[in-house]
Write a protein that binds this ligand. Sequence first.
Ligand code: HEM
Ligand code: HEM
Ligand SMILES: [Fe+2]
Length: 442
Amino acid sequence: MEYRSQKIAHWYFKIALLLFVLQVIVGLWLAVNYSFTVPQWIVDKFSFATARAIHTNLLVLWMLLGFMGGTYYIVPEETGSEIFSPKLAWIQLVALVATGVVALIGFVFGWTQGRPLLEIPRPLDLVIVIGALIFLFNVGMTMIKAKKWTAIQGTLLGGMLFLALLYLFGIPFYKNAVIDWYYWWWVIHLWVEGAWELVTAAILAFVLIKLTGVERQVVEKWLYVELGLFLFTGIVGTGHHYYWIGAPSYWLWFGGIFSALEPLPILLMMIDTMMHVKQRKLKIKNPLTWTIAIGCAVLHMIGAGVLGFMHTLPQINYYTHGSQVTVSHGHLAFFGAYALLNLLIFYFAVPQLKGIKVYDDRRGKIGFWTMSTAMTLMAITFGIAGVIQAYVERVLGMGYMTAQSYMQLWFAVTLVLGVIFFIGLLFTVADLFTMRPAKAQK
Ligand code: HEM
Ligand code: HEM
Ligand SMILES: [Fe+2]
């Protein structure tokens, strides 16, 4: 750790990890709901819809906290200065976590806007906006005061600004459902396929430079290429969500073609990452961080690129829309791209924050491989359930519950895999909380 104020990042990471654990526990409960018939009195008190909202909102909350913590770690090193106001960073953390906790408890009592992933009621949205403004002000002021600009900083700040701006579109409620869904997708799609990709590119570039010792220009050059492509295909690619919501039919073409091009930048990033492996001059001391970087690039490509591409053309999406095929893609894409990105910056930063040069990575390795394998297999089992669902419901025209009875076995397998994933997660979280120096170093 070079700057004292980077310490605040550690708290963001710790809270993010605890919320990740909670998210997965609720995910297991969701899988129980699909695998068994849950007694009605439980459903009356704690419905599937409530649990689902908690699962997905926790996901968004912990990942955003991770990104923000990552930014607070990276910005001092990039600008060569302390954070403008560590106090503001604290206030922001407390405000966001408190809002999150109130929102989650509120869901249990039916206090919700009802729109998936953006269920948080309006008064709480406003607190989130204030939290985001504090964050942007704090990071922006740090950069302005330091008067030093790098492409990594710019991409990071740009991504975070874009992310916060898009959130505003999800706050109002439009009576016309078509318009409401248009803007809902601006948040959901343009987050994960736009703003979050920028944040990813910046964090990945930062870690790559530090980890491999490769020259800044080599990585930053790709940052510009990726930026352009992500924005280009990502923005028009939003059309792959406008097929069946009552939007004009030209979106079938625009959405299909542009979003099919989306995997291209991810592929470039992947090839680029491999090139860096060859080009690196320094020996990588802790291979685990490097493994996570490669795992992130590969599973990002498979989850978002391959599984996303599989249902992005309208001719296929007609059958798979809103089915478990979507859930399969959602899980592997979020895990590969963003859960692993968060773990990457956590694993890079935590040893530095603790002053450990070479850490004992045995538990971390078990955690990474268990989670990655279990989630890849879960994507397959969700996918099988989804294909059964698409066939029984949409080709054979049978009812929703008939399809569920054919899918149930695959949900049970998913549940078992989910438990294995959870064990891997516990290894990872325990490791990050109690990281130790490698034996030779003691
Ligand atoms: C890391 C990037 C990505 C993440 C995290 C992600 C995540 C998700 C999630 C969670 C959904 C479900 C939304 C809902 O209906 O509740 C979704 C839907 C979808 N995604 Fe992605 N996605 C990513 C990238 C991509 C890419 C690159 C493509 C295309 C090549 C794609 C194609 C689609 C399509 C077509 C749908 C709609 C499925 C339907 O009609 O039900 N996604 N994505
Ligand atoms: C390991 C244990 C987990 C299990 C058993 C699990 C299970 C589930 C289930 C059953 C759903 C509801 C699907 C539906 O509405 O039909 C769901 C939704 C979702 N989960 Fe998980 N989950 C787990 C972990 C995760 C992780 C680690 C992530 C992300 C990194 C994640 C991301 C999501 C997303 C994005 C959705 C919404 C999908 C959509 O809208 O299509 N889950 N999960
Ligand atoms: Fe999308």
